[in-house]
Design a protein around this ligand. Structure first.
Ligand SMILES: Nc1ncnc2c1ncn2[C@@H]1O[C@H](COP(=O)(O)OP(=O)(O)OP(=O)(O)O)[C@@H](O)[C@H]1O
Ligand SMILES: O=c1[nH]c(=O)c2[nH+]cn([C@@H]3O[C@H](COP(=O)(O)O)[C@@H](O)[C@H]3O)c2[nH]1
Ligand SMILES: NC(=O)CC[C@H](N)C(=O)O
Ligand SMILES: [Mg+2]
Length: 519
């Protein structure tokens, strides 16, 4: 049985890339929320009995035939509604205002001018002030629906924020959920607390209890296999599931030969030391490296790895007398980058092995308790579950491992070169006390060869790239600025100690436009 949250917010998803960020901002304000796609929002609304509704952005335009609409029940209910971007446009369109195709949009940073007081601005913004927000729209509202008043304006949006206090309807053209709207989290908190009247006392402890109840309901007395990688997500998933169903759970660690130096042994030892959860260690290097021979396309690598993981899990399930469920530590960023919004122009960026890389037909049902969370929230849940820091603080490591850090063909020889270089880089990062400041750091073995001179001889060897980023949730990231002298030291060590590499470069690209991994 799902725990019934008396105090909840329904977020209607119209297909924005950042809808999940609305959910997490609401969680940060201490309020439980659920996201429902607009197609099933009416059912979710009836089931949840929320205290307020938030309407997301969308790649669609209200002016297009057949574009998404808000279920009428929501407007009829008398509950507070907050519209964001498309959410604002669709509110105006349905409630009697007017939206037109703008001659130019507003994309990125913008400044709004506050015109009037508004409950959303409580303790935050005052009339005649100017504040930074983040916009991403082409259409604009040109006439307000009856009962609304403008409370803020921007050069491209006369109605940047609007309010109808009597009906408790509010809307904004910009995105308060993204970090580039610095006060956005507080605007959302004001909506859920001051407009919807919620107390903000929901915690990670409740999330844990709710998920445990959900897992028990889904699994019944079935058997579960959990893919355990040694990473944060699967460790948290395994411990949570174990708390829910005890010995119905078996963990499977797949060593695909694409792990970092010494990692496989470390993962298994560490997990066995801390937990009494059965753990199977599968050596599948030959299977993975054999299948990757000759494969160079990044998506082909990802799809092969995703499918082979499942083959291995299914084979292991057989050995323990069958399993009905496969548990994975899938997080929200894995999902959003892998799927495209049905009916809209949002695109697949890359097929994360555990989502878009899964084969079409699977014999086991998925159990993914962390699917709506972001990395830093999983870490908070891990702490809540009492996981030791060695698990919680680990840098993320992608399931496809070194395969997506070797552009071009993956061979054992190239994996060995990369492992050595990567180990030196991480050792230096740890020695410099920078491991916990950096969100993720790794080396990439490029297919480029360059000419060098060593010991008066000519070399013609591989170019290695180093990457380190800072991030909160992995959705956006910036290159890490190392202190002076660090990169030259690492570069010298790698070229001296790793045969096959004669040049080292540093990747300064942020995300976007880059992604964190190279493939
Ligand atoms: N080598 C592996 N063996 C078994 N399962 C794996 C392996 N690598 C990845 N998985 C499964 O795929 C999921 C997604 O991988 P991902 O790397 O995102 O998470 P993680 O490894 O648990 O955490 P982190 O992001 O910190 O590395 C994992 O949670 C795990 O269930
Ligand atoms: O389990 C995973 N399976 C995958 O297929 C995968 N691809 C990327 N990543 C990790 O996700 C985060 C965001 O990475 P990108 O910016 O490269 O998309 C970073 O932390 C990446 O390491 C993956 N994790
Ligand atoms: N981010 C959004 O919600 C955009 C809404 C609509 N597609 C526009 O361009 O105006
Ligand atoms: Mg991992």
């Amino acid at each position: 049985m799902t725990l019934q949250h008396t105090d909840s917010i329904l977020i209607v998803d119209f297909g924005s890339q950042v809808t999940q960020l609305i959910a997490r901002r609401v969680r940060e304000a201490g309020v439980y929320s659920e996201i429902a796609p607009f197609t099933t929002a009416a059912e979710a609304f009836a089931r949840m009995k929320p205290k307020g509704v938030i309407l997301s952005g969308s790649p669609a335009s209200v002016l297009e035939q057949g574009s998404p609409r808000v279920p009428q029940e929501i407007f009829d209910s008398g509950l507070p509604v907050l519209g964001i971007c498309y959410g604002q446009q669709v509110m105006m369109h349905q409630l009697g205002g007017e939206v037109v195709l703008g001659d130019s949009g507003e994309f990125g940073r913008a400044f709004i001018e506050i015109q009037d007081s508004c409950v959303l601005f409580d303790g935050l913004w005052h009339a005649r002030e100017s504040h930074q927000v983040w916009m991403s729209h082409g259409d604009k509202v040109v006439r307000l629906a009856p009962g609304f008043r403008p409370v803020a304006t921007s050069p491209g949006s006369p109605y940047a924020v609007i309010a109808n206090d009597e009906r408790r309807y509010y809307a904004m053209q910009f995105h308060p959920e993204v970090v580039h709207t610095p006060d956005g989290a507080r605007l959302l908190a004001n909506f859920v607390r001051h407009v919807c009247g919620l107390s903000g006392d929901w915690t990670m402890a409740e999330f844990r209890a709710a998920k445990i109840a959900e897992i028990r309901q889904q699994v019944g007395d079935g058997k579960v296999i959990c893919g355990l990688s040694g990473g944060v997500d699967s460790a948290v998933a395994a411990v949570l599931i174990h708390e829910a169903i005890g010995d119905q759970l078996t963990c499977v660690f797949v060593d695909h030969g694409l792990m970092r130096a010494g990692e496989a042994e470390q993962v298994v030892t560490l997990f066995r030391e801390h937990y009494h959860i059965p753990l199977v260690h599968v050596n599948a290097e030959a299977l993975f490296l054999g299948g990757l021979a000759g494969v160079t396309d990044p998506e082909a690598k990802r799809k092969f790895i995703g499918k082979t993981f499942i083959d291995v899990f299914e084979a292991e399930a057989k050995k323990i007398g069958g399993a009905d469920f496969l548990a994975q530590g899938t997080l929200y960023p894995d999902v959003i980058e892998s799927v495209s919004f049905t009916g809209g122009p949002s695109v697949t960026i890359k097929s994360h092995h555990n989502v878009g890389g899964l084969p079409a037909r699977m014999n086991m049902q998925l159990v993914e308790p962390l699917r709506e969370l972001f990395k830093d929230e999983v870490r908070a849940l891990g702490r809540e579950l009492g996981l030791p820091d060695v698990f919680v603080g680990r840098h993320p490591f992608p399931g496809p491992g070194l395969a997506i850090r070797i552009p071009g063909e993956v061979t054992k020889e190239r994996c060995d070169i990369l492992r050595k270089a990567d180990a030196i880089y991480l050792e230096e990062i740890r020695n410099a006390g920078l491991y916990d400041t950096i969100w993720q750091a790794f080396a990439v073995l490029t297919p480029v060869r360059s000419v060098g001179v060593m010991g008066d001889g000519r070399t013609y060897d591989s170019v290695l790239a180093l990457r380190a980023v800072t991030s909160i949730d992995g959705m956006t990231a910036e290159a890490f600025e190392f202190p002076a002298g660090f990169l030259p030291r690492v570069s010298t060590r790698i070229v001296n100690e790793v045969r096959g590499v004669n040049r080292v470069t540093y990747d300064y690209t942020s995300k976007p436009p880059g992604t964190i991994e190279w493939e």
